[in-house]
Design a protein around this ligand. Structure first.
Ligand SMILES: [Zn+2]
Ligand SMILES: [Zn+2]
Length: 355
């Protein structure tokens, strides 16, 4: 049985304005409309499109070999995924007016907060542009932006500063607030009290202008206290170089969570193997190597039974959809390393995974 509903509002690594990384998460079968988001690259516009049923049946946008591809090409044949918002969300909307804008407002109001991985625009844009809706509503609502201090500080200094965007954090009577988390310190989500959330700082390459300055990002580990199931959701990241960061995450997992309890790893793989300059991101070979590292940390007596859902693929000029290229390459690289028990899929906007 599933423990998590993960709706993909956006999963592009850009440029795809309004559809970059954002996952809406709730406990499986939750009766209300409440949710939390990981990142905020997509938001109310995507919710509206899903509620209006814009997505073509069985097809998804591609704009490469064909403009629309059969969506099942992007999923493992056993991936627990269905089109649209989760069944329980739609059920909770049953008695609402049949006007999409009302329903969008209700789903948006019920987003209790955002766990932001890092403050790059493709991870925050829609969260910021949607934020005035918090104050337009008749219904009092509060949202919290959680993140490691490098994220919450940057949002306060460089985004909500009355120059780039109105300072809704200080002027808003606490309706929108930031809350800094500590690296590797577990907190319980205040809405979903069975969800424990642990952030891990990871590396995201070097600054473009100051190549000695390191850029950080975050991986969030969500654990359901009742079922002990976990999902790992990554922001942008690269393998460890001089600091053990990802290896600390794998060791933490191996010490605290049985391998078969990891339901899914949602992880970026920005570019296929032909792209050599990765700018702090993963490639299919790097991703397979990390999964092999995880298996090695657990030892070979435990076998995984998990979904690896690839997100943040960058669009570029090419004859073939880079997501399909990456999916093939990741499967091949994993086979070379002898990995077993992993189902690979691509995160496709407008679809919900039941994990
Ligand atoms: Zn980034
Ligand atoms: Zn990004």
């Amino acid at each position: 049985m599933a423990s998590f509903e993960v709706t993909v509002l956006g999963a592009s690594g850009g440029p795809d304005v309004g559809a970059t990384q954002c996952f809406l998460i709730r406990p499986f079968g939750w009766r209300g409309l409440e949710s939390v988001c990981i990142d905020g690259g997509a938001g109310s516009t995507q919710i509206a499109k899903m509620l209006a049923g814009e997505t073509r049946n069985g097809l998804t946008e591609s704009f490469y070999e064909r403009d629309y591809e059969p969506v099942n090409r992007f999923f493992d044949s056993n991936a627990p995924v269905r089109q649209g918002l989760s069944d329980s969300t739609l059920h909770a909307l049953n008695n609402s007016p049949r006007i999409t804008s009302y329903r969008v407002a209700q789903v948006y109001e019920s987003i209790k907060g955002y766990y932001v991985t890092h403050p790059h625009l493709d991870h925050i844009a829609a969260m910021v542009i949607d934020s005035p809706l918090i104050f337009n509503s008749q219904i009092p609502m509060n949202k919290t932006i959680w993140g490691l201090p490098f994220t919450t500080d940057a949002l306060k200094r460089f985004i909500f500063n009355d120059s780039v965007w109105p300072n809704l954090i200080h002027s808003g009577g606490q309706r929108l607030k930031t809350e800094a988390l500590a690296d590797q310190v577990t907190t319980t989500n205040s809405t979903f009290t069975n969800f424990e959330v642990t952030p891990f700082r990871v590396s995201h390459g070097l600054a473009a202008h100051h190549p000695r300055e390191k850029i950080s990002s975050t991986v969030y580990l969500f654990r359901d206290k009742i079922t002990d199931h976990c999902i790992i959701i990554c922001g942008d990241l690269e393998p460890d170089s001089d600091e053990p960061l990802l290896s600390k995450l794998w060791s933490y997992m191996a010490s605290n969570i049985p391998l078969h309890k990891i339901k899914a790893i949602i992880i970026e793989c920005s570019s296929p193997m032909t792209i050599k300059e990765l700018y702090g991101h993963m490639s299919p070979a790097r991703l397979a190597k990390e999964l092999s590292h995880l298996q090695r940390t657990y030892g070979y007596k435990q076998r995984p039974d998990m979904n690896v859902i690839i997100t943040h693929v960058k669009n570029y000029c090419s004859p073939k959809d880079p997501r399909l290229v990456i999916l093939d390459e990741v499967r091949q690289e994993s086979q070379k390393l002898g990995l077993q028990g992993i189902r690979f899929s691509i995160a496709i906007k407008g679809y919900t995974f039941y994990l």
